[in-house]
Write a protein that binds this ligand. Structure first.
Ligand code: THU
Length: 156
């Protein structure tokens, strides 16, 4: 194993967080896309808060796992304490042959994670795992969304 994707200066992997994301993936409500995603947020004090994608018959209302996890983190009063987020996702009926590559957060989720980073006053690690767990990619949110829109832009 090892880190894939764009490397950060440190290449550590939070296995516990990735496993929490995998567990949350089991709670995905994704009857329309049949694509399950789980996310897990690591807080500064070590706690973990999870989320899964949550679809709707009105497709555009669907919520991504990362956004659900960050919103749950806010509901717990910990939006400014996010240090990392892990995600894992893939088809609910995967083709038998190959392990799909790790997914990375969609653009909207990157902006949501960037909001947490702004509040924390520091970068947030993003751990991405393939379905089997054998492929791993570690990013920071500033790598995934450089020049994010932020509250600072209101006063620009
Ligand atoms: N999805 C996520 O949960 N996170 C992402 O970053 C990308 C996409 C979900 C949304 C939808 O329920 C399904 O995956 C297929 O797009």
């Amino acid at each position: 194993m090892g880190c894939g994707g764009t490397m950060t200066d440190e290449c550590e992997w939070d296995a516990e967080l990735a496993e929490a994301a995998r567990g949350a993936m089991g709670h995905a409500y994704a009857p329309y896309s049949r694509f399950a995603v789980g996310a897990a947020v690591r807080l500064a004090d070590g706690r973990i808060i999870t989320g899964a994608n949550f679809e709707n018959a009105s497709y555009g209302l669907s919520l991504c796992a990362e956004t659900v996890a960050i919103a749950a983190t806010n509901a717990a009063g910990d939006l400014s304490n996010v240090r990392a987020i892990a995600l894992i996702g893939g088809p609910m009926e995967p083709p038998a042959q190959e392990d799909p590559s790790p997914i990375t957060p969609c653009g909207r989720c990157r902006q949501v994670i960037a909001e947490a980073a702004m509040l924390a006053g520091r970068d947030i690690k993003v751990y991405c795992a393939s379905l089997s767990g054998t492929q791993q990619a570690v990013y920071t949110i500033s790598e995934l969304l450089p020049h994010a829109f932020s509250a600072a832009d209101f006063s620009a």
